[in-house]
Design a protein around this ligand. Structure first.
Ligand code: HPA
Length: 274
């Protein structure tokens, strides 16, 4: 417990040596959705491997970094590249950056991801505002002793995704003429994509989209009393009775094509925030 606090302090101290910027908003950019950092002005980047206690990534990529700067008048920090449970990181590791961003001062967390669409009204390339989630990862980042100074033992989950932020992004979407859906995101551990029987099951239990991330970070964000806005980019259509093979190249291609509208939506929503 004290260990986690010390680890957070260590990472924060290292960041403070590089920038005095106090972010109000944290952004986690999902698979294939890292281009939003282009919208950040006065950028300062810090690679994850420069930060003590940050999980070490097996893949050396320029996408593993924190990007500090401004969007409009707002100070932001963006995670370009996240840690996935299926990569072998613990749930504590996956969510450590959220703890660090909270310690840096963020009040709002915006999360994006690439997800498979199970709602038959969704098409590949659609954007879905996450209205709620189902945790089917078989793990939870809050398991273990609870540090009451960070958040409650039994955090309430009546509204993990902030309804005002949802309305705000939908208003912006309307103005920008970017169609958006709303739906429930279910998180599974992965790394395999689902069987047809699994898609049928996930749809029946009430999910509109499925992916392998986001929920751990959102659970920790709620524990830390952050406001959360989540957006899924639907990258493939997961209809059990008409399922076509999917692969990561195709998923990345669709995410890249949808990326400009996602970036526009998030930057404009941030600018419109009070
Ligand atoms: N499952 C199916 N399709 C997907 C996923 C997933 O977890 N992520 C992106 N497309």
């Amino acid at each position: 417990m004290r260990d986690l606090r010390q680890k957070i302090d260590g990472a924060v101290a290292a960041i403070r040596k590089k920038t005095a910027l106090k972010p109000a908003i944290g952004i986690i950019l999902g698979t294939g959705l890292g281009e939003l950092v282009k919208e950040i002005e006065g950028k300062l980047t810090i690679r994850y491997d420069e930060l003590p206690n940050f999980p070490v990534s097996a893949v050396k990529s320029h996408e593993n970094q924190l990007v500090f700067g401004k969007i409009g008048q707002k100070n932001v920090v963006a995670m370009q590249g996240r840690f996935h449970y299926y990569e072998g990181y613990s749930m504590k590791d996956v969510t450590f950056p959220v703890r660090v961003m909270k310690a840096l001062g963020i009040k709002t967390l915006i999360v994006s991801n690439a997800a498979g669409g199970m709602n038959p009204n969704f098409k590949a390339g659609d954007l879905m505002i996450i209205s709620d989630h189902i945790n089917l990862m078989g793990a939870n980042p809050l398991i273990g002793p609870n540090d009451d100074s960070m958040g409650p033992r039994f955090p309430d989950m009546v509204e993990p995704y902030d309804s005002e932020l949802m309305e705000q992004i939908e208003k912006v979407a309307l103005e920008e003429k970017i169609p958006v859906k709303r739906g429930v995101y279910v998180a599974v551990a992965g790394p395999n994509l689902e069987t047809r029987a699994e898609y049928r099951f996930l749809r029946v239990i009430g999910a509109d989209a499925v992916g392998m991330s986001t929920v751990p970070e959102v659970i920790v964000a709620i524990h830390a009393r952050l406001r959360v806005l989540g957006i899924s980019c639907i990258t493939d259509e997961c209809l059990p009775d008409a399922l076509k093979p999917a692969n990561i190249e195709m998923i990345l291609k669709v995410a890249a094509e949808a990326e400009p509208k996602l970036s526009r939506l998030i930057t404009r929503t941030i600018k419109s925030m009070p």
